[in-house]
Ligand binder design. Structure first.
Ligand code: 5GP
Length: 226
């Protein structure tokens, strides 16, 4: 009865370092094969076990800056002394294929996307407490203690940006948090402004060419014009 817009959703999953964004995203992807996760670019050095082109595209700072200059990045931010950003390449293709695209990024970058694509879906992941966030950052054992403190202090400031997001999820349990994110995505897919056409019966008689004014809300995303 209903034909929805062909383009997939752009989902921005954000939150302080240590809030569990990647773990929750991995859990959601397990049950949702139609979600494609963008691979970020970073000037940070690879950690043990990280694979270039899978965990991140690892580049030098000079290479990163060249990508900014060449307008290849949808967003980028400097975080704990390193550059991180989302390459535009590939995202358009996956959205146009009807796949939902998820970006797992920190707050400054998320807010840049909000400026450009205000109707993307913005979800903020919170740790259950700041004490727990600190424990997770320390237990990860991936950073020096000064870098851990830098990430922790930044988290306090970042939480102030919560009101700019559409949804918030407290990650006290990965499975529950993932279930909430899946529900949010499902609800978003059912939004009226994603409906393109409504058909009356099995003969597929069209009753509305366009249900919602296309010039309003959910315009198709075109990264080439940004
Ligand atoms: P980490 O060094 O722990 O891998 O990442 C540090 C922070 O950068 C995390 O909060 C992570 O989510 C964020 N991050 C990863 N990729 C991107 C990206 O493409 N853009 C932005 N703005 N942040 C990112």
């Amino acid at each position: 009865m209903i034909k929805t817009k062909k383009q997939g959703l752009l989902i921005v999953l954000s939150g302080p370092s240590g809030s569990g964004k990647n773990t929750v995203c991995d859990e959601v992807k397990k049950n949702n094969k139609n979600i494609w996760e963008s691979i970020s670019m970073t000037s940070r050095k690879p950690r043990k076990g990280e694979i270039d082109g899978k965990s991140y595209y690892f580049v030098t700072e000079e290479e990163f800056k060249k990508n900014i200059e060449d307008d290849n990045m949808l967003e980028y931010a400097k975080f704990a002394g390193n550059y991180y950003g989302t390459p535009k390449k590939n995202i358009q293709k996956h959205l146009d294929n009807g796949e939902d695209v998820i970006l797992v990024i920190e707050i400054q970058g998320a807010l840049q996307i909000k400026q450009k694509i205000s109707h993307a879906l913005f979800v903020f992941l919170l740790p259950p407490s700041m004490k727990e966030l600190k424990r997770r950052l320390i237990d990860r054992n991936t950073e020096s203690s000064s870098k851990v403190m830098e990430r922790f202090e930044r988290a306090y400031k970042e939480i102030n940006e919560l009101s700019k997001y559409n949804y918030v999820i407290v990650n006290d349990n990965v499975k529950d948090a993932a279930k909430k994110l899946e529900s949010i995505i499902l609800a978003e897919r059912c939004r009226v402004d994603r409906i393109e056409e409504v058909f009356l019966d099995t003969l597929e008689e069209k009753i509305h060419e366009t249900l919602v004014d296309k010039d309003l809300e959910n315009k198709p995303i075109n990264l080439n014009k940004m």
